[in-house]
Design a protein around this ligand. Sequence first.
Ligand code: FEO
Length: 440
Amino acid sequence: MKLIKPDLYYVGVNDHQLDLFEGQYIVPNGMAYNSYVIKDELIVVFDSVEKNFKDEWLANLKEVLGDEQPTYLIVQHMEPDHSGNIVEFIKTYPNAFVVGTAQAFKMMSQFYKEEIKRKIVVTEGDSLNLGKHILKFIMAPMVHWPEVVVTYDETGNTLFSADAFGKFGALDHEEDWACEARRYYFGIVGKYGAQVQNILKKVQNFEIKTICPLHGPMLTENLNYYLNLYDTWSSYQSETDGVAIFYTSVYGHTKEAAELLAKTLEDKGCPKIICCDLAREDMAEAVEDAFRYPRVVFATTTYNMSIFPFMRTFLDHLLEHNFQNKTVGLIENGTWAPNAAKVMKEILSKGKNINLIEPEVRLLSALSEENKKQIELLADKLMEPSEFLAKEKEKKKPIKKHHFACKICGFVVEIEGEELPKDFVCPICKHPASDFEKID
Ligand code: FEO
């Protein structure tokens, strides 16, 4: 149990037993299932945790609540890593109301076959008054399931963001946020960029001081860093300048071509190069890198007149997750009927803004002198300025600042954004934000 800020407590758990999160993602540093309590005149609990952690979660709740009774359990997301103990909660606190969207209650009956007698159905813009804290509900369908709602505490300026801003990794393991948040985002939410953009727009004018996701750490400082990364990821902009090369290789010849391309790019001063063997790298790590870099090269062998299975799986993952806005080079290998580039092009034709560049490199069994020249030319093409990066730089221009003047004493303040925070007070005459006017 941990006090995050006045009235707000963490009551979640760490899972170090899990082998695969959601049945497919390795979590070498475990996973956190977050749950929160706001103690006000009325007490609210945000989401339960995975079913195996019933005892630990109920003990955490007891430690915060003592003999007090919660009034509400807010169910923001019904995936079982969060909903696994709703029934246990109701048995423990039978007078509490369960709060969720209509679709969440439908899923509750499907998963848990339990009739929820005390329930409150919420939708966009509904609010819940706890006494001092006022909670506002914002529908967030497909971030990451259709029933999702996120919650803004207007009093504490806290956004309870459901799966958004989550990451892999338990909270008792210190690590960089972005690496495992990016792998989590592109694996789990990445397909739903438009829906994430929608929720970012809905909250853009809220004053957010804390983000409480359902996985990963509570975010309390430098929130623009996290919000900007989510904006980049969900709008399918590339994040880091460089080239990501993904290959499969049966006898090492395609690998040799991929590594020669990496070395050539390095010699030409490419700022960052990833060279990834898809048969041995974690697939989710490869997926996040493909979205991260603006230029991507796929190198694979012809296999049963198609492509090697790891490359097939990889490309399927990318296209399923709306892979787009990339400059792409291709390397194929084939001993008697090379066909891999054709198959890769057919798959990639389903992506948006995929700019295929020449030359395609065709190995006939092993690397030839002609292939080495083609790789040199491909490296030159990959080093040309990317139009996607140029657009990105344009989008990353600093946020416009505005000046506001106090109508009482004339004090002028400069801030980012169109409005002063509601709780702003003039440092000179102590008048509130409503006594200020925008002067540019
Ligand atoms: Fe953390 Fe979509 O469940």
